[in-house]
Design a binder for this molecule. Structure first.
Ligand code: AGP
Length: 609
């Protein structure tokens, strides 16, 4: 999500830091900053906005030190402001730190540090780390970083400098990526190889709970406990463009494969040991949530499909009536809203004008608005009464994949939270679902292994005049999403349908060889989907069925091809079934020679009505 850079060398650090930050711009960010150690002084310059704004600010500073760190921030806790930009410092300004990740227990650490007299200047989880290191510092930065990180829960890759120790950067890593590398006369740290390939192609992936001391003549890796350790050496022969895609052919494929991590990040720090859910970004009072008597979900495109999945879950768990409406229709249909209506706006970019206008309209009608968005500080986030960030990280490809899965998961957490606050769900039932949610990252990684079989299916359907997708219950919004993915990147006509609707018209489209993708996973309407498969099969369809592990043999009696996904609570299945459908769209588009990342006529964020 964020980009981190550090360098210690014979030359002034700033030019190499800025070059490195430029090379990780593609990751997406909303503020940037640098800290340079010159003699016994740390100078920190940071700015909301893009690197141009930072470089303009730097023009009035003389930063000549040879030890420095830099950061491009993708906001998670606290909006994209100068104050929240990294690097962050301790109370004295003699320790500066950059961080990529999420500190889950930052609130309790911050409260303790404030009680001990530490003064905070930002809303970020990262600043807590700077003060925590300060609280352990007595002249040995490495020891202070070890002690501080042993108290931390969550994900981090950090670079830290101290005025008392020029020529040294201490780095450390857990979950978030950290690379180190050495060139003639300098040693570097970065969040990904892209930033370092200009200096060296031989790098080392630092491993979880390892600490690195970086000096100009090289680096030393130890465990968090101080034992000697080795990272994972790599030789990177990618060109810059390939490096930005981490070696994948396209951003979309990279983002499809980032989904286990994106879902893990969406869940990170949101369920507590006592089975309660802590959604700390939400700012609606619990009594307001308890007074809600109706829910509206508004969104566009894939976000709408995620919202439709959420409708089933919210109604089932909270017993609140849920209406869902495409955002561009919402405010023109004169919807019935009042102060006891909760409107949930779903948007990856947080800038989709149809959804933003729907949010403004809802608030004019005195409804309460919760936004589920990916981009921190975006317009929809700012316009809403409460926000749940999906923490999927920047999504570059126009076709939404990891953001969609993070929306599905984030909305499930929201549904569980609403049920918790309204006291309408047994803790043991909530616990079981949260346990299944935490199984998703590993299950998604498993489903990604279906790609070779999906590629074969893509070759079979790549030149069909149309492809139908059908499902029931939460399989229906997944069918809609599968059809959208296929048509938006391959330009092949596709339609998503409620399987029970086929016989009311659409089955007239079925003739010999028409591909029909059926979502036939284990759920209370599974047998009915099997019947729908037989209906279309009887009229010549080429049926591709996605079912639950263990049902393959039965489903294969009716379908031409079967893909199996792991068994999980039926309301969570969309987060698994969407993955082979994303891969199917990707493989068909690739066969058809399409520009997968930037399909024709489409924009990543539709900011016009
Ligand atoms: C999804 O693959 C499309 N790119 C599009 O439907 C998108 O989901 C829609 O425009 C909504 O965007 P948002 O989530 O940024 O509001």
């Amino acid at each position: 999500m964020c980009g981190i850079i550090g360098v210690v060398g014979d030359e002034p650090a700033l030019p190499a830091i800025l070059d490195g930050l430029r090379r990780v711009e593609y990751r997406g960010y909303d503020s940037a900053g640098v800290a340079v150690l010159d003699g016994a002084r740390i100078d920190v310059v940071r700015k909301a906005g893009k690197l141009d704004a930072l470089e303009k600010e730097l023009a009035s500073h003389a930063l000549d030190g040879h030890t420095g760190i830099g950061h491009t921030r993708w906001a998670t806790h606290g909006g994209p402001t100068d104050q929240n930009a990294h690097p962050h410092t301790d109370c004295t300004g003699n320790i500066a730190l950059i961080h990529n990740g999420i500190i889950e227990n930052y609130l309790e650490l911050r409260e303790r540090l404030e009680r001990d007299g530490h003064q905070f200047a930002s809303e970020t989880d990262t600043e807590t780390l700077a003060h925590l290191i300060e609280s352990h510092f007595s002249g040995d930065l490495t020891a202070a970083v070890r002690a501080a990180l042993s108290e931390v829960e969550g994900a981090f890759s950090v670079g830290v400098i101290a005025a008392e120790q020029p020529g040294l950067i201490v780095a450390a890593k857990r979950t978030s990526p950290l690379i180190v590398g050495k060139s003639d006369g300098a040693t570097f740290l970065a969040s990904d190889p892209t930033a370092l390939i200009a200096h060296t192609r031989d790098m080392v992936h630092v491993l979880d709970d390892q600490v690195v001391e970086i000096r100009k003549d090289g680096f030393t890796i130890t465990t968090l406990a101080g034992e000697p350790a080795e990272g994972n050496p790599i030789h990177v022969d990618w060109d810059t463009q390939a490096a930005e895609k981490a070696g994948y052919d396209t951003f979309m494929l990279k983002e499809i494969y980032e989904q286990p991590d994106a879902v893990a990040d969406a869940l990170r720090g949101r369920s507590l040991p006592n089975d309660m859910l802590a959604l700390d970004e939400l700012r609606l009072a619990e009594e307001d949530i308890r007074s809600v008597d109706k829910v509206f979900v508004v969104a566009c495109g894939s976000a709408f499909h995620a919202g439709l999945v959420a409708k089933y879950a919210i109604e089932h768990w909270t017993r609140l009536p849920v209406e869902i409406e495409i955002a561009s229709e919402f405010r023109y249909r004169d919807p019935v809203l009042d102060r006891d209506t909760l409107v949930i706006a779903v948007s990856q970019s947080g800038e989709t004008i149809d959804t933003l206008e729907a949010v403004k309209y809802a608030r004019e009608q005195s409804a309460k608005v919760m936004a589920v968005v990916n981009v921190v500080g975006s317009s929809i986030a700012r316009e809403a009464d409460a926000v749940l960030y999906t923490h999927a990280g920047p999504e570059i490809a126009v076709a939404s994949t990891k953001a969609f899965l993070a929306q599905v998961v984030g909305l499930k957490l929201l549904a569980l939270y609403l049920a918790q606050v309204r006291g309408v769900m047994w803790p043991q039932d909530r616990r079981r679902i949260v346990e299944d949610l935490h199984k998703l990252p590993a299950m998604i990684a498993q489903v990604l292994k279906l790609r070779p079989q999906v590629r074969e299916l893509a070759e079979h359907i790549a030149n069909s005049p149309t492809v139908l997708f059908m499902g029931r219950h939460v399989g229906y919004p997944v069918a809609l999403e599968g059809a959208l993915k296929l048509k938006e990147i391959s330009y092949l006509h596709a339609e998503g349908l409620a399987a029970g609707e086929m016989k009311h018209g659409p089955i007239a489209l079925v003739e010999d060889g028409v591909p029909v993708v059926a979502v036939a996973t284990q759920c209370h309407v599974y047998q009915k989907v099997l019947s729908n498969i037989q209906e279309v099969k009887a009229r010549g369809a080429y049926v591709i069925a996605i079912c639950s592990v263990g049902d393959g043999e039965e489903v294969a009696r009716h379908a031409d091809r079967v893909l199996e996904v792991p068994r999980i609570h039926e309301l969570l299945v969309p987060a698994l079934v969407a993955v082979p459908l994303q891969l199917l769209a990707y493989e068909v588009a690739t066969i058809r020679g399409r520009d997968v990342d930037q399909p024709r006529n489409l924009a990543k964020s539709v900011t016009v009505e």
